[in-house]
Design a protein around this ligand. Structure first.
Ligand code: OSB
Ligand code: MG
Length: 368
């Protein structure tokens, strides 16, 4: 395989809902799309870096020059066996996993399209339907939170995740549990707490949350192990796991019982697969997280979610929850039983809408 050309595009997409987390608020996404050309076939990936370095150190504006000046030169003019080899070719650059994941996943799509095969089959996926949950941002009031949850449950979603932050955890969780004693419910703190908050977090134990996601420091695996010893609620790590070695450490010291997998956070499909297999060998279920992706990233997440150990509903939900109009055809739809039917066409199985992408593009750079 060989890549002749890469097109980087920044598109702007206003969100249909405002999304608030403990680290900030998003109303419009700046999305970096990566299109690779390989022997006449295009592959598409999304770099999931945010607008600001508040979830991880990367941003759209760090990923762009890293892709152009460091990652592309490792790929340009080189013949390689398959997409699975790309991640190793990029290893010379430290970190910048979201930049790596953007181009690596695009090359996986290109390979699958060349072979006329769905990406999920090329990845070794085992299911043609995935289970979906939703991630609900911090709401102005408990009443609005309840109304939101009501709507998502009615749409069929199988699991509800709410964003929490200090002072806004006990009341919302208690209210939801009172209203729905049995739903699959969890909370994501995006690193808003400290180990000293253990007594407060312990007060969540009676509410039978499926898990609490990333309560402590974004890079602090050790403190999560100390916290997990004090909590009944299983800890799920998100931000902390950006490498295979982090997953090894987290599992060995008991820092989590579940891992949220994100392509961008770990650097692409090859590292995601390695971490997935490690978790599977150790009895740690994983699920696919989201980064408010456009349809391209969403389609990549759907393919990833077909791997065997994606045992819990993920944060991959319908296009229309985020966008008035998505950039792929068909849009991602969720069935009344809260599932996405995995497409059977080649590659990611959804077609990028080129006209729409062109209209939304505010910056473009062709690398050849
Ligand atoms: O922590 O999982 C997270 C969105 C942006 C950054 C981090 C996270 C999230 C979400 C939203 O929870 C998931 C989605 O609906 O895409
Ligand atoms: Mg998270």
């Amino acid at each position: 395989m060989r890549i002749q050309k890469v097109t980087l595009r920044e598109i702007r997409m206003p969100m249909v809902m405002r999304f608030e987390t403990s680290f900030g608020e998003t109303t419009e996404r700046r999305i970096l799309l990566v299109q690779v050309e390989s022997d006449g076939v295009s592959g598409w990936g999304e770099c999931v870096a945010g607008e600001a370095p508040h979830y991880s150190p990367e941003t759209v504006d760090t990923a762009w020059p890293i892709l152009r000046d460091f990652l592309w030169p490792e790929i340009r003019g080189r013949e390689f066996g398959a997409a699975r080899d790309v991640w190793e070719m990029l290893a010379h650059t430290r970190g910048h996993n979201m930049a790596k994941g953007g181009i690596e996943s695009a090359i996986w799509d290109a390979e699958a399209r060349q072979k006329g095969q769905p990406l999920w089959k090329l990845l070794g996926g085992v299911r043609d339907e995935i289970s979906c949950g939703v991630s609900i941002g911090i709401q102005p009031s408990v009443e609005q939170l309840i109304a939101n949850v009501e709507k998502e449950l009615a749409a069929g979603y199988q699991r509800i995740k709410i964003k929490v932050k200090p002072g806004l955890e006990l009341k919302p969780v208690e209210a939801l549990r009172k209203r729905w004693p049995r739903i699959r419910l969890m909370a994501d703190a995006n690193s808003a707490y400290r180990l000293e908050d253990a007594p407060l977090l312990k007060q969540l134990d009676p509410f039978a949350l499926m898990m609490i996601e990333q309560p402590l420091g974004w890079d602090d695996i050790y403190s999560h192990a100390k916290l997990q010893k004090q909590l009944e609620t299983p800890i799920c790590l998100d931000e902390c796991i950006h490498d295979y070695s982090h997953a090894v450490a987290a599992i060995e010291i008991g820092a989590c019982k579940i891992i949220n997998m994100k392509l961008g956070r770990v650097g692409g499909h090859t590292p995601a697969r390695r971490i997935h297999d490690l978790c599977q060998r150790n009895g740690i279920p994983v699920w696919c997280g989201g980064m408010l992706e456009s349809g391209i990233g969403r389609a990549q997440n759907i393919a990833l979610s077909t791997l065997e150990n994606f045992a819990l509903p993920g944060d991959v939900s319908a296009s229309k929850r985020y966008w008035a109009e998505d950039i792929i055809e068909p849009e991602v739809e969720v069935s009344p039983k809260g599932t996405i039917k995995v497409p059977s066409g080649p590659g990611i199985g959804y077609q990028p809408k080129l006209d729409r992408i062109e209209k939304l593009t505010v910056r473009r750079e062709v690398l050849a």
